[in-house]
Design a protein around this ligand. Structure first.
Ligand code: AMP
Length: 498
């Protein structure tokens, strides 16, 4: 495996369209190659060497994508940051990644440029793709730096919902192998048009969506963000969409979603957060399509997927992708568990990252002795190989010494009439250690009392799994990728039993 950049064959694909921007501007593969080559020259001028980090906190644009490609081309390590990070957080990442170059939004330029920890060159890039990064660019350079399989292509800081974010080091081979597996598994070809409404600072939008489409030679309708109007406007020209569950619930809330509107579509995928079985069923009813749910994480790329042909089973994340081994283990006894027993999900394969940036000890604790990465997700594998996730290990509630898996309780609460969604978590409790607590989002006019809900749940859940309290809220706290922020909920409700 050489440089991932070569796998995209940008120049060879010439005038084929790679991106369609909002407003209709089309960018060809050759156009993308040129944009990357010009930025690559800028990287040379600044003295960015192979292995140097380039920290990037910018809005989504075709130039931001070209910057990623230029980094690959020059062998630099691309370090994208969530646009929601505060200046203080960005300073932390700059201090940790020690980049040669920082590219930021013009609105942040002054503050970052004068930040004490920043010895790097700082350039600006705005949402339209303009700024000092691309001003007065000289002749492009098309040279591609040779890369070995262990050479880094990117460092992605994990979402860090608890503790300090860690930089996951991803090699050219990690990204290349995963993109190839997904392209084949999901049957992407150059005839595909992907509706791309995800952010590109995250593995889902950048490595799953962009890498797969560029590898296949397909086209992306590149929306700056998920905007339900723009998504409905663009669907007619797309063949596929990759989304997070929130995309699907928002689209379901719109009456424009009909089977006729999407009958030409080939595939809808979902990931990054659990898709409710109810959403899966509602989507099937309203659109005629069965959403293909898959599971992955920053450190590993994609791990499992429901099948392209065959049963896409709601509530499961499908089977191990080709080239990836998945097992469920009892961590204390260090043994693989029989089918359908709950344990820690572990994964091994070419897709699994090289470790956490500058944290060798932390890295060592996250791998089993035989080289499996410990995902931190608890789940089961059934006889057919389908994986179900029951929650993050750290979200497991231990109440009165008994394990309560939040997902199981959430599924029962969601099944109550008038409940749209729920989040179950543990809060400190004098007698039980932790007390099961739930917050729910309900339909308008919902009028069940807490006591009535608990009564309805009593027949379906063992007593120790029943929430001690159920609170009605207007929405669940989520991050940009749709993940419910349980740490925030635990914090918010931590004193209710004191
Ligand atoms: P990130 O590294 O931000 O991509 O987050 C990875 C985590 O997201 C995983 O460890 C899972 O906890 C969660 N996740 C990703 N995909 C799914 C899915 N389809 N269902 C449930 N959880 C998921």
């Amino acid at each position: 495996m050489s440089n991932l950049f070569d796998a995209f064959r940008l120049i060879e694909r010439g005038e084929r369209i790679a991106l369609v921007l909002q407003g209709g501007t089309e960018i060809s593969y050759a156009g993308l190659a040129n944009a990357a080559a010009r930025i690559a020259r800028r990287l040379n001028e600044i003295g960015v060497e192979p292995g140097d980090r380039v920290v990037v906190q910018v809005e989504k644009s075709h130039v931001a994508l070209a910057l990623f490609l230029a980094c690959l081309q020059r062998g630099a390590v691309f370090v994208p940051l969530n646009t929601g990070y505060t200046l203080q957080e960005v300073r932390y990442f700059i201090g940790d990644a020690q980049p040669k170059l920082v590219v930021c939004d013009p609105g942040r330029f002054e503050e970052i440029n004068t930040a004490a920890s920043c010895d790097a060159t700082v350039l600006a890039l705005d949402a339209e793709g303009s700024g000092s990064l691309t001003e007065r660019l000289s002749t492009p350079t098309f040279d591609v730096v040779a890369r070995g399989p262990d050479d880094l292509a990117a460092i992605l800081y994990t979402s860090g919902t608890t503790g300090t974010p860690k930089g996951a080091m991803l090699s050219h081979a990690n990204l290349g192998s995963n993109a190839r597996a997904l392209k084949d598994y999901w049957r992407f070809t150059q005839d595909d048009v992907l509706l791309h409404a995800l952010p590109i600072y995250h593995a889902h939008g950048l490595f799953v969506a962009c890498n797969v489409l560029l590898l296949a030679g397909g086209r992306m309708i590149f929306l700056p963000r998920f905007d339900v109007e723009k998504v409905f406007d663009s669907l007619a020209k797309a063949t596929t969409m990759m989304g997070i569950p929130t995309f699907y619930t928002r689209m379901l809330a719109d009456e424009r979603l009909t089977p006729e509107l999407v009958c030409h579509m080939r595939l809808f995928t979902s990931g990054s957060a659990p898709l409710l079985a109810e959403t899966h069923a509602a989507w099937q009813r309203r659109s005629g399509h069965s959403i293909l749910e898959r599971y992955g994480m920053t450190e590993t790329g994609m791990i499992t997927s429901n099948p392209y042909d065959g049963d896409r089973i709601a509530g499961t994340v499908g089977m191990a992708l080709p080239g990836t081994e998945v097992r469920v283990v009892d961590q204390e006894a260090r043994r693989e568990l029989p089918r359908s027993e709950i344990g820690m999900i572990e994964v091994r394969g070419e897709n699994v990252f090289k470790g956490y940036w500058r944290l060798p000890e932390k890295t060592a604790t996250e791998f089993s002795p035989d080289g499996f990465f410990v995902t931190g997700d608890l789940g089961t594998i059934d006889d057919r190989g389908y994986v179900r996730i029951v929650g993050r290990g750290k979200d497991l509630i231990i109440s009165g010494g008994l394990n309560v898996y939040p997902k199981e309780v959430e599924s029962e609460i969601d099944a109550l009439d008038g409940v749209n969604e729920s989040a179950v978590f543990g809060v400190p409790h004098r007698d039980f250690g932790e007390a099961v607590t739930a917050v729910i989002v309900t339909e308008k006019g919902f009028c069940m009392s807490e006591a009535e809900m608990l009564k309805a749940l009593a027949g379906r859940l063992a007593k120790f799994k029943l929430p001690k309290h159920i609170f009605v809220v207007s929405e669940l706290p989520r991050n940009a990728m749709g993940k419910v922020q349980k740490a925030e909920l635990r914090q918010q409700y931590r004193d209710i039993h004191s």
